[in-house]
Ligand binder design. Structure first.
Ligand SMILES: [Zn+2]
Length: 326
């Protein structure tokens, strides 16, 4: 065995991990590399299609395209997403306090960390699925929106959003995008370096790439080990460390500019449930039955308290890394 990130052959700690999202309970070999810190599947299964059920995407998808914002909400969009300096900061804080559900959480850091300056800034979402993120941006007024996902059945052109049913390497728009996002998609890809390099070619010199994914430097991996819900065998080929992610990014000519912890209560609920041998999509899952039916009030209170401790880097099981051309 050899680490596919750094080439290490000796200091590899093996693990057996079960498929628990669907509940097949098949075991897969993984290993953790002591050199770069990456946890990875030992062999990529030749046929992954059986591990992606037909409704895989729709599970998290809002089936309806959100309507274009109007009135006050449109004004708030303008203030949030254009370079309005102090006003932007004040409005952001207000929206987060008064209407925390008004915007998808991942949209908020975009203004701050990706530095989008115009609604015409071109955005590409790699592994976009049915395009929820892109349609959310569309509703806010963004005009130049693309997605790439080889698992989408056919090319989609709808409401100003174009989704190519291809790998990112087949998107022919070199040096075009102001922002490229991988939102919990990079860990599903066999060729980490090739994929990041292909995406980097599509980025403008002043562009930003945002990669959100699960990371091993986390409470969830340390505490739950192979029951960690975001390990998600065999769909997640790579569970990066910050170090291993920076290594593959560097090979694509990208430098880490900032890292934002992005913890979720699901890390705790899902992992706890796997430990109890309940698959995420079984009828007994909290995803189906509801949290209150699956956990006691004391347990839920404990998870909520624990969630508060997951905010720092090194504790959060999910992060967003912002990268830009070196
Ligand atoms: Zn390694």
């Amino acid at each position: 065995m050899q680490c596919r990130i750094c080439g290490e052959t000796d200091r590899l700690t093996p693990y057996r991990v079960r498929e628990m999202l669907i509940g097949l309970r098949e075991s897969f070999d993984y290993f953790l590399c002591a050199q770069c810190g990456c946890l990875q599947i030992a062999e990529i299964p030749p046929d992954m299609s059986r591990y992606y059920p037909a409704d895989y995407y729709s599970m998290e998808s809002h089936q309806q395209v959100p309507a274009q914002h109007t009135g006050v909400r449109r004004l708030v969009d303008q203030l949030l997403f254009l370079d309005a300096g102090l006003l932007n900061t004040v409005v952001s804080a207000l929206v987060r306090r008064l209407r925390p559900d008004a915007y998808p959480v991942q949209l908020m850091p975009l203004t701050r960390d990706a530095g989008l300056r115009s609604f015409d800034d071109p955005v590409l979402d790699v592994g976009c699925g049915s395009g929820d993120f892109l349609f959310s941006l569309r509703a806010m007024g963004f005009t130049c929106l693309y997605g790439a996902d080889p698992f989408v059945a056919e090319k989609i052109v709808r409401d100003g959003v174009t989704i190519f049913n291809t790998d990112v390497g087949d998107v022919d728009k070199p040096g075009f995008f102001r922002l490229i996002t991988f939102q919990h998609s990079l860990e599903h890809v066999a060729d980490q370096r090739g994929t990041l390099a292909a995406a980097a070619k599509l980025l403008r010199a002043d562009g930003m790439m945002m990669v959100s994914l699960p990371v091993v430097e986390s409470y969830a991996w340390e505490h739950y080990g192979t029951d960690w819900v975001d390990l998600d065998a065999p769909r997640h080929f790579y569970l990066h460390s910050l170090r291993s992610l920076k290594m593959v990014a560097a090979d694509a000519g990208l430098v880490c500019r900032s890292i934002v912890p992005d913890p979720s209560i699901l890390e705790l609920l899902g992992s706890e449930q796997y430990r109890r041998d309940i698959p995420l999509r079984s009828p007994d899952s909290f995803m189906i039955k509801g949290r209150e039916q699956c956990f006691t009030a004391e347990e839920l209170a404990r998870f909520e308290a624990l969630r508060e401790t997951l905010k720092p880097l090194g504790r959060a099981g999910r992060i967003m890394m912002y990268l830009s051309p070196a």
